[in-house]
Ligand binder design. Structure first.
Ligand SMILES: [Zn+2]
Length: 287
């Protein structure tokens, strides 16, 4: 009943059998369509004490301005980031005044859930039986998809309305609404941490990376997605790129500097997955 109310597939109401059928169909699509390739290990190469959050270089000339916000681009590692960074409270207030998300309503609920199922099937072999954590879980669609595939997931988000929605609609899983610091104190460990379209928003990159490192079991995995500033799909005038909108997105990665960041926190790139959008999709493995 609850699932059909949010438009998450009326087939789900019938004791999950139709979901399994749907999942089988999606498996075929995934196996036919996804291109997965091995990637080489990155090499860090550090300079201490500078401005660039990735390589610490101080050679970070102005790149683009959008309104009052200034992006800079590191000459050494090509990381693009706001400097100065907005403070946390600016961002937090944005997440809590989103408007259309309420405890009963989440935009595009049906398509989010279907996308979640496809992703869960792609990640099945890395997160089989779990436990799995979704950092930035929003309305809990991916968590529910993981649960249906038997992965024992939970979700973490700072958005009060998103978490209210997730708890209302996907009550069989646990959803935490707290800061990374607070969550870290729980000392929970996971087989896989999933974090999609989150890292580009974060002012405290180091806090996030430490949370990933502390939350993943040895030899466990992190699945991460974020926009790819090096993609051919980025418009020639980058200011026309729809995700190039501070302060919502405070930083942009390319494949190399994302791998460098993860290497610095003890992760090796295991797989890169390719999709239709201008995005990076990586599976990292903890050493
Ligand atoms: Zn750099």
């Amino acid at each position: 009943m609850i699932l059909s109310r949010v438009g998450c597939n009326d087939v789900l109401c019938k004791k999950n059998m139709p979901v399994l059928k749907a999942a089988c169909a999606i498996v075929k699509i995934v196996l036919r369509g996804s291109m997965v390739s091995e990637v080489a290990n990155p090499s860090p190469g550090h300079t201490e004490g500078g401005i660039c959050p990735i390589c610490k270089s101080s050679d970070v000339p102005k790149f683009r301005a959008v309104g009052d916000y200034q992006y800079r681009k590191c000459r050494q590692c090509a990381f693009v980031f706001l400097h100065p960074m907005p403070n946390e409270s600016v961002l937090e207030s944005m997440y809590n005044t989103g408007g259309r998300i309420t405890g009963d309503n989440y935009p595009k609920a049906k398509s989010r859930f279907h996308r979640g199922l496809r992703t869960a099937i792609q990640l099945y072999r890395f997160a089989w039986r779990g436990p799995v954590l979704d950092i930035g879980c929003g309305g809990g669609f991916q968590v529910e998809a993981f649960r249906l595939l038997g992965m024992r997931p939970c979700g973490l988000d700072i958005g009060a309305n998103s978490i209210a929605y997730a708890r209302n609609h996907f009550g069989k899983s646990t959803f935490y609404r707290e800061s990374f610091q607070e969550f870290s104190k729980r000392k929970l460990k996971f087989k896989m941490v999933y974090s999609s379209e989150v890292i580009e928003h974060l002012v405290d990159l180091d806090g996030y990376m430490r949370l990933l490192n502390n939350s993943v079991n040895k030899k466990g995995y992190v699945y991460i997605t974020t926009p790819n500033i090096d993609s051919d799909l980025v418009p020639e005038n980058i200011n026309d790129w729809d995700v190039f909108d501070p302060p919502r997105h405070v930083q942009f990665f390319n494949p190399d500097n994302l791998k460098q960041l993860f290497a610095d926190y003890g992760f090796t790139a295991k797989r890169r997955l390719y999709g239709p959008k201008a995005g990076l999709r990586f599976i990292f493995r903890k050493q």
